[in-house]
Design a protein around this ligand. Structure first.
Ligand code: 5GP
Ligand code: MG
Ligand code: MG
Length: 183
């Protein structure tokens, strides 16, 4: 696929790579200060959070542990089904751990509210959420998210880990997918 082909499929760049990196730097400083002296487990939600996890975790000036979970609520479409399935569970016992869930985006909030409930029963000492993006207008349930990168409009976005049918994850910016691609 040529670069011009990709440009045809996107309508606007919402958040640039530079903005993302500056924000992750800020969030890493906050997290480092907030968890000073305590052990921290980062839990990335596959696959969308891969880029956020990689860039955020490497900005933390300390040792952390890392684990991954894969859940599905979207399938190949663009709307949350609200039905969450565990595709890959954690390898780590959460008992007594300070857990920070690392997410790409909070849309309806249904996935995270399900995850938070699921984690609550595993005996973690604390569970907080870091999300690069959040769509306030799309919220169906309120999520108490301590670290948010950017609030964005209620459009379907791709890039920086976010896909449409497994494509566009490797775009460096976050962009709105042109509606003709999925309608
Ligand atoms: P939620 O349960 O909050 O509606 O969102 C669940 C997951 O759907 C998110 O973690 C993300 O992986 C995916 N998702 C939500 N909104 C978007 C979007 O605008 N673009 C893409 N590519 N994925 C999204
Ligand atoms: Mg996600
Ligand atoms: Mg997806």
């Amino acid at each position: 696929m040529r670069a011009t082909d990709i440009a045809d499929q996107l309508s606007t760049v919402l958040v640039t790579e530079e903005q993302i990196h500056a924000k992750l730097e800020e969030l890493a400083e906050q997290v480092a200060a907030d968890y000073d002296g305590s052990e921290l487990l980062l839990v990335g939600v596959l696959k969308g959070a891969v880029m956020v996890m990689a860039d955020f975790s490497r900005r933390l000036p300390r040792h952390i542990s890392m684990d991954w979970m894969a859940v599905s609520s979207y399938g190949a479409g663009t709307k949350s089904s609200g039905v969450v399935q565990i595709r890959k569970d954690l390898d780590t016992d959460l008992t007594g751990k300070h857990v920070l869930i690392v997410e790409d985006i909070i849309d309806s909030g249904l996935t995270l509210s399900w995850l938070l409930e699921n984690f609550a029963s595993r005996g973690a000492e604390s569970v907080e959420v870091l999300a690069l993006l959040r769509k306030p207008e799309a919220a169906k349930v309120e999520i108490d998210c301590r670290y948010v990168g950017f609030d964005i409009p209620n459009d379907f976005v791709v890039g920086y880990g976010l896909d449409y049918a497994e494509k566009y994850r490797n775009l460096r910016d976050v962009a709105v997918l042109a509606p003709h691609i999925y309608s």
